[in-house]
Design a protein around this ligand. Sequence first.
Ligand SMILES: *Cc1c(COP(=O)(O)O)cnc(C)c1O
Length: 373
Amino acid sequence: MEFRDLKTQYQKYRHEIDGAIQKVLEKADFVSGAEIRILEERLAEYVGVKHCISCANGTEAMTLVLMAWGIEKDDAIFVPDFTFFSTGEVVSLRGATPIFVDVDPHTFNIDTIKLEKAIQRVIKKGELKPKAIIPVDLFGLPADHNEIGRIAEKYNLLVLEDAAQGFGGSINGQKAGSFGHAATTSFFPAKPLGCYGDGGAIFTNDDQLASLLNSYKVHGKGINKYDNVRIGLNSRLDTIQAAVLNVKLTVFIEHELEDINKIYRLYNKKLAGAVGIPVMPTGYYSSFAQYTIKLNNKSERDALKTKLSEHKIPSMIYYSKPMHRQEAFNNREYDESDYQVVNQLCDTVLSLPMHPYLSEEEIDEVCSLILNR
Ligand SMILES: *Cc1c(COP(=O)(O)O)cnc(C)c1O
């Protein structure tokens, strides 16, 4: 069994994917080829925003936005404590300070009450300038963007939606990638929409930001890349990756997103009552980058992981360490009482095999091992 099955997907769409790659090889326009523009237009339309700017990966997508916003030393950026390292890394890379905020025990997303308290504390202390919030759509479920938007407006903060895992999710029909002042996603192979290497994109309705980002991602270009008006990066998506994504976006929209939600419902039906199952608040739709259950304690979780692996069923612990406990962030003091939920989640969560090509028999096999512990 595969944790995320990229091989079956390739076998099913081999003809289309090979053809799309072949076309780029024949034209030899490996950088900034026609497929890039086509992909960006399709992605912007799907997400429902004016601009999509493709780039090298999801981490640089966030870095580019922080660069364009002029985030620097002495700025405070509010980030959930339960996420992939990148979300905090990009803040520190700019010399700013990530303020880690505890998460909601049910949705796993940033706790908006604790977020507001954290903002007020930074203001009161007066050492750092609150500048932005980076909510994460963890495991595919959009964060509480309505409440985050209200808080951002109240404290005059920018919002960067980290939709690396969230592409395809929505709240009352509004798609992930369209919340906040800018949003980013990742096309790392295992993400909801993945390419065959690294890739990423930025979404925004802000014309001025879009034009800045198009400059920052190509060496701070002015008229062209030999006219350089600012210090930037080399952060482009390869044409071959865009060609692969153009095929995969079609099948993602046609059936993959619906199929993975069917699998979510099957899992939930079988596991309800036996373990903590993922929740989707009313009006929310998830792209299920992960299907993550909760056990009662660490020894139960670790025992289940071992049992599954004895039966050759892969499972993963996303995440085993909160951000505030990463060695890279140990330059600051943290009060553990601020992180009670995340500390417990890291000991009790387990992500099960989850992808659109999982069969009912496979789901049965995983669930019967969990139910007959
Ligand atoms: C994967 C991921 C990223 C980074 O994306 P890359 O394309 O791997 O750089 C950022 N944030 C979250 C929440 C992620 O899961």
